[in-house]
Design a protein. Structure first.
Lengths: 211, 211
């Protein structure tokens, strides 16, 4: 089988731990590359060009938009954020599964443009667990927690559009499951048409009985 | 997530090693039950009732047919072979993934009747490898090998109908991949509608802000 990388979207509720999951996935396995976004916002302390973001001027970003150089992009408040196509396609052709950790609205735009993308949604075992995790952090005010829960409730409406739901109860189990789902996807018949046709042709030669 | 077993069909070319793969799968993991066929043929030496087969008289078998008690059945030469429904459904409801190791023609009949069935096809890395394995056994005459290869060539035509293609190059890798594919299937959104709806409902309560 040939191995072209799979564009993999990972979304999940705020507070569900998807950042940690993606980090572990990249640490534990060789198969992945994390897509790095471009942004026009200024770097924050400790952020490095090409690690957290590719930092662009507004003019640079808009030139990229004009050249159709983004997998997707969006504008929040004053700033642009987007996923540069070049990096994603380079990694995919190297056989890396490229992880996009993105919001649900953006995820659906990607699925439209790349129907082959694999979409995973990380969920808590129960809504109560999500609430407790947000409260348990102890860093957020009651108001912030309430607004995050409301946002999660909004996001839940899009959950049904994802290919897989993966429960983050035990972190290591969750990371193993995410890995198993993505690697199993490579074995789908529909992703191996070329290999299958070659095999079909080779096998058909046995009917001639001269091989 | 609830866990209803998945009816899993494993097919593959004669000589590809699917018997060994299924045996290892059952040895290595707790998640599986192997479906045992019923047959009207006489037990061979060493065969035990309920291990290799459930042995039935022709009259018993035909009564079962009349009662729609088979997942599938077929008649080869003088004898009936079939998969009793009761055992399969009992194991599925216990949460076991039930493995049916069956021929390609039968597999497609099952997929029609049970659209939720998961179908895997085991392939050699190349046609040449399959040929060498058959020759390498050293137990078969040239004629038998030629007829098996012809049969494999016929079977290859049905390969495209399976959900997954799994290469048996290294046995342990293959068994791990079969396991990962079946277990990942449990995480499909479409197999967890009830869980998802419960979660959606629970999350929607946060919008009320009184929880």
């Amino acid at each position: 089988m040939n191995r072209k990388g799979i564009l993999t979207v990972i979304s999940g509720f705020s507070g569900v731990g998807k950042g940690t999951i993606v980090k572990k996935l990249l640490e534990n396995y060789q198969e992945y590359a994390l897509s790095i976004s471009a942004t026009t916002r200024a770097p924050r302390e400790g952020e490095q060009e090409g690690r957290e973001y590719f930092f662009k001027t507004k003019a640079e970003f808009e030139t990229m938009i004009a050249k159709d150089a983004f997998v997707e992009y969006a504008r929040f408040v004053e700033n642009y954020y987007g996923t540069p196509k070049e990096y994603v396609e380079e990694k995919l052709s190297e056989g890396k599964d490229v992880i996009l950790e993105i919001e649900i609205q953006v995820a659906m735009k990607i699925k439209e443009k790349y129907p082959d993308a694999l979409t995973l949604f990380i969920v808590p075992p129960t809504p109560e667990v999500l609430k407790q995790r947000l409260i348990g952090r102890g860093t957020e005010s009651e108001q912030v927690i309430a607004s995050r829960l409301k946002r999660a409730a909004e996001e839940a409406k899009g959950m049904s559009q994802y290919d897989y739901l993966i429960v983050n109860d035990d972190l290591d189990t969750c990371v193993r499951e995410v890995h198993a789902v993505i690697q199993s996807e490579h074995l789908k018949n529909s992703r191996n048409t070329e290999f299958r046709k070659k095999l079909e042709y080779g096998m058909s030669q046995f009917l001639k009985g001269d091989k």
